[in-house]
Design a protein around this ligand. Structure first.
Ligand code: ADP
Ligand code: ASP
Ligand code: MG
Length: 814
């Protein structure tokens, strides 16, 4: 004997019902089969809405009912041949009128009791099952329609009735033994009390109906046919990467469903577990997929946990007070007060100080709970020994489930580490001694992020998703986007990293796409984006609250550098090639570094100095390994190096500077480079990274530029440089007549830094420095006589973009 249950989507309309029919036909050919069906998808909600509207005196329920009736009649017309339609049409129509009469009554009375609710909602399953029975009769799949209300006996707790298994089992057994039919078809969800009044088993209860039938007849197996290919590692609506679980134990399935995995109604497992009946979860729309089998012993598959689930709309109730410590019976009184008011407790925690007890309950019950508990402890509250119950709303529970957790140390460390890195604040924690479940209470707004972060942390087969927001689409930004696009496949395959650009902005427009922008035509998407507002961009990023978010600043804009704190304090990493933040007053630089540490968010800016050369990273490594930087000598301006390498007084100095700008080697305003300010900023950043509290004023800058060049616009600057050509020529000749080269050098030692033009002789490390190369010599406690040297291209959009890209990847690994 088999029991098959088909959910709302599986029977949503004629086309799906035909798919269901094929599945049942195949199964029935192998043995006697009981089929349980839900209401057509969405009908239960629609019926509930009609009753609620009517109770509120809103007559629009009539239109909704009309549409519902029409939907059922249309389904019949589509399924059945004309000749077979009339009987079932009139029966269904009549029952729809009955629903209407009930709603009219509710409208007049202004009252929608739980008992009436059950009566109205029961029509969903009653109608669907009768339509399907009529269709099967017409397609030579004869079946016996069974009214579940005649066999499933419950108490009178309407909307969530409790099954009387003794009577129910007897009635089902009798029904089945008296039946000759190969297929029995029953409505899910509905039942009746002793007096024959309709009850229901709770929302989602058709699964339970199947389990009740399955257990009563000792079925070989129960199959839950739904719209996904099994129980999955997480709710697929939250985690696009969720994977079906091939095998899972009864206990694990129960934990997952109790903690929110909607795919199975929680009470379903219990009756089947007792009889050791396997449960399959299968996909009506992909019947060939393996699905999930729930059974007593599920094989371990190498993962520490089996799945992750979450429940929303939780309220945390905290009872605190000095008189609680060491006094037995306190928790008893708390739980008694809750139980007496039918408040179900979902999670409990008590710290060993016994100073407070926290319980998680359904948010809807929170105010009832507060009244009950405050009443129960009114004496202690009055005496000031216990505080009134504190209620916090807007919370959710997230749970990791797996039988295998008990044999693995470090699961909770991994769980809380992963959430902490993403700025998810944990309000309460519970772990049962079975070690099958670890639950944490978090803000509901963090649930999606938390489930995804945990999914990435625990399921090795999935990849980590990095959500990148880029600001700046100039030379470097454009190259960066091209590199990300080109490298996407490699990163996914080799680093299990999926880099998505989920936001892009320049000074005019901004655009977002949570699935990742199509990088092949970002220009067009950005062009169609919304008008840019920097604060708006930041607000949206914060509000989206995506996991592993990285904000990438490829501008040279001071306002953009001013928003980093707002991101870091939300645990959003910042990667900047913009030097403004790190060369701001020391307190600002320090604050950003501290925020990065405090909120576990990366703050990377390797490209502030020497494009993608490993300069800052090298200093960090030296310091981490216990070394100290004593002295740095460096050529840090790709621009100035390019200019002095190319200037030999045959073309004017101004023309060479213009070439550098055209090649993209200068700051947008080249005077920042020519004045030495940019080099001063860079050596300051390096000194700060080496542990020095340096300010710009502390750096001696011996400028080679005539003061007159530094006034007016960029064009005035070029014109004035042409006029000053003799000055530049003299600088060049002074060096070249001694066989030396001009280099703009930065020097740091003993807390002091200076930058300026120097004559470099052929024996010096700096002499053979070509094009736009940079070089840094590090003298440290370990590198005393011979410095450690880092040298290579220190400017250019392509290399800068690659440095930014590397920082982004680094941010993923914090
Ligand atoms: P039915 O109408 O067939 O009973 P439900 O909507 O009640 O279907 O349950 C199936 C849905 O449960 C899926 O479409 C999926 O969105 C959701 N779901 C939540 N958590 C899980 C999970 N861990 N595995 C599979 N599905 C889940
Ligand atoms: N139709 C009911 C509901 O939507 C029962 C079910 O589908 O399982 O809750
Ligand atoms: Mg369901």
């Amino acid at each position: 004997m088999f029991v098959l249950k088909f959910g709302g989507t599986s029977v949503a309309h004629a086309e799906n019902i035909k798919k269901v029919t094929a599945i049942v036909r195949a199964k029935a050919a192998t043995g006697k089969t009981i089929v349980v069906v839900s209401a057509l998808g969405g009908v239960t909600d629609a019926l509930l809405r009609c009753g609620t509207l009517a109770a509120q005196g809103d007559a629009t329920y009539k239109e909704s009912l009309q549409a519902l009736t029409q939907r059922h009649l249309d389904t019949i017309r589509e399924l059945l041949p004309l000749t077979a339609q009339s009987g079932v049409l009139s029966r269904i129509m009549q029952q729809c009128h009955e629903v209407e009469d009930l709603c009219n009554g509710i409208f007049l009375l202004g009252e929608f009791s739980d008992r009436t609710k059950d009566k109205i909602l029961s029509f969903g399953e009653l109608l669907s099952s009768q339509i399907i029975a009529a269709f099967w009769a017409a397609t030579e799949l004869p079946c016996q329609w069974v009214d579940s209300r005649e066999v499933i006996r419950t108490d009178s707790q309407f909307t969530r009735a409790v099954v009387d298994f003794k009577t129910t089992n007897e009635q089902i057994k009798q029904l089945v033994s008296n039946s000759q039919a190969q297929v029995l078809l029953a409505p899910g969800f509905v039942a009746a009390n002793e007096a024959g009044v309709t009850t229901t088993l709770g929302r989602g209860g058709s699964d339970y109906t199947a389990a009740i039938f399955g257990a009563a007849v000792d079925a070989e197996e129960v199959e839950i046919w739904t719209d996904v290919s099994g129980m999955m590692t997480a709710d697929p609506r939250l985690v696009s990467n969720a994977k079906p679980i091939a095998q899972i134990s009864y206990q694990e399935a129960m934990e997952l469903s109790h903690f929110g995995a909607k795919v199975i109604y929680p009470p379903t497992i219990q009756p089947l577990l007792q009889k050791n009946i396997p449960v399959w979860v299968k996909n009506t729309f992909a019947p060939q997929d393996y699905g999930t089998v729930i059974k007593a012993e599920a094989e371990q598959n190498g993962n520490t946990i089996r799945g992750i689930s979450s429940i929303n709309k939780i309220a945390l109730l905290s009872l605190e007070g000095s008189s609680m410590v060491g006094i037995p019976g306190f928790s008893k009184r708390l739980f008694e007060a809750l139980a007496a008011n039918s408040i179900n407790v979902i999670l409990i925690t008590q710290a060993s100080s016994e100073h407070s007890i926290c319980v998680g309950v359904d948010e809807l019950l929170a105010s009832r709970a507060k009244a009950a508990v405050d009443n129960a402890f009114s004496y202690e509250i009055e005496m000031g020994k216990v505080n009134p119950l504190v209620v916090e709303n807007g919370l959710s529970i997230i749970a990791l489930v797996g039988d295998n957790m008990k044999s693995h140390a470090g699961t909770s460390g991994k769980m809380f580490g992963a959430m902490g890195r993403n700025g998810v604040n944990i309000r309460a924690i519970a772990q049962g001694s079975s070690e099958r479940n670890i639950s944490a209470v978090i803000a509901s707004s963090d649930v999606k992020k938390a489930v995804n972060v945990l999914h990435e942390a625990f399921f090795e087969t999935t990849y980590k998703q990095l959500n990148v927001y880029i600001i700046g689409t100039g030379n470097v930004g454009g190259k960066l986007l091209a590199q990300i696009q080109q490298q996407a496949g490699y990163l996914q395959q080799h680093l299990r990293l999926q880099v998505r650009v989920v936001g892009l902005a320049n000074s005019r427009k901004m655009v977002f796409n949570d699935n990742g922008l199509e990088l092949g035509n970002w220009q067009e998407q950005l062009g169609n984006g919304e008008p840019m507002s920097l604060q708006g961009y930041v607000d949206i990023i914060r509000q989206k609250n995506l996991r592993n978010s990285v904000f990438v600043d490829v501008t040279a804009n001071a306002d953009v550098a001013g928003v980093y704190d707002q991101l870091l304090e939300r645990s959003i990493s910042v990667v900047a090639c913009n030097k403004i933040a790190c060369s701001s007053p020391y307190v600002r630089y320090r604050k950003l570094k501290d925020l990065s540490r405090e909120y576990n968010a990366a703050f990377h800016f390797e490209t502030n100095v020497g494009a993608s050369l490993p300069i800052i990273g090298t200093i960090n490594d030296l310091l981490r390994s216990g070394d100290e930087v004593q002295k740095m000598q460096a050529v840090l301006s790709g621009t100035l190096n390019f200019v002095f390498n190319n200037y030999d007084a045959t073309r004017s100095f101004a023309q060479v500077v213009r070439d550098a700008q055209n090649e993209g080697y200068t700051e947008p305003d080249p005077r920042l480079d020519l004045s030495g300010t940019d080099v001063a900023r860079k050596i300051m950043i390096l000194a700060r990274e080496a542990g020095e509290q340096l300010e710009m004023e502390d750096i001696t800058n011996v400028s080679f530029m005539p003061e007159s060049c530094m006034q007016g616009s960029v064009e005035d600057f070029y014109a004035e440089m042409e006029r000053q050509e003799p000055h530049f020529k003299a600088l060049y000749e002074a060096a070249s007549k001694e066989g030396k080269k001009l280099k703009f050098v930065a020097h740091y030692q003993g807390g002091k830094a200076k930058v300026g033009l120097q004559h470099i002789d052929p024996a010096h490390d700096f002499f053979h420095l070509y094009g736009k190369d940079n070089i840094v010599l590090f003298y440290t406690n370990r590198y005393t006589d011979q410095p450690m040297v880092v040298k290579g291209a220190g400017a250019g959009a392509e290399v800068t973009a690659s440095g930014v890209f590397a920082d982004i990847i680094r941010a993923a690994r914090i």
